[in-house]
Design a protein around this ligand. Sequence first.
Ligand code: EPU
Length: 338
Amino acid sequence: MQLLENISIKPYTTFGIEAKARFFAEITSVDQLKKIFQEPKVAGLPFMPIGGGSNMLFTADFNGVIFRMGIKGISVTKLDDDYSLVTGNAGEEWDAFVNWCVSHGYAGVENLSLIPGMVGSCPIQNIGAYGVEVADVIEYLTVYDKETGEIVTLQNAECKFGYRDSIFKHEAKGRYVILSVTFKLAHHPAFHTKYGAITTELDAMGITTLSIDAIRKAVIAIRSRKIPDPFVIGNAGSFFKNPTVGADHYSRLKAEYPTIIAFSLPTGSFKLAAGWLIEQCGWKGYRKGDAGVHAYQALVLVNYGTATGHEIISLADEIMLSVFNTFGVHLDMEVNII
Ligand code: EPU
């Protein structure tokens, strides 16, 4: 393991924004991970593990140690005729892992195809798409506890998963390094096609017999059209969360804006499509310098090349203010700001 100094982390994040790490290392084993915490040169400095760097926006240099989790490997334990436990180590690329599961006939993650990032980061923001979240299929995680130096198991319930949320964003922030994630996947798939766009896409593809492979292909087709490829235009997927409003607020909005897009929640509240709100405020396709709002999906902020973290944040602030002034709705950022 090499501990590098003063390294640009631009290539390690999907936003592609220039910032430096005082120290940087690639970690490919648990032994290396333990060693880095004992390294005298970095004693007292903050540590930050990164995976694919797909949900972070750097607004300043990081005066600490960034280490990229590169521990690879996939293993399977058959539970019974219906389910297997499939474990992906933290450094497996997420979509390669999904592809592996689909091609080996393990069902449950196919709707989450083509999401950038690594297996080890997927629980942090409970990645989700097209009616499925990883929380639906995660059984447990193994993590390195920086406070005790032990490797421990966290069961699904202990992670307190919510919409784009988990303990790793709150009380456990900075405490654990995720080493592996174990999913309970099905041998006989239950297909999740209730999200309209999937059914439409499958029809357009001429699919008459459903399979997890067909769902993966449909999701890849939809995502490729809507969400810019971070290798081409810097971005971190949805920049904001879809906000929730109470029933009264929703009925006032619906009366004034009949085409508003919303989903009712079991709590009686409504989740609004933030992309629609932002588009209505005229931001879709907006560009100022190299910071912009994607032309096909207003929830995605983009870096056309040399935008700074501050330029992206200042655009985000302007968007939040105009959505609030128009709809009285507060948007929360989904991306981790550093
Ligand atoms: N919409 C607009 N204008 C836009 C964008 C969207 O009117 O500019 C409308 C769409 O037409 C649709 C609705 O808003 O009726 C929802 O749009 P979409 O299906 O694209 O999903 P989303 O709510 O914008 C969420 C997730 C995505 C995930 C998709 C598909 C969040 C914050 N984002 O986006 O996740 O891929 O659903 O399930 O929940 C991510 O988190 O980074 C991410 C990409």
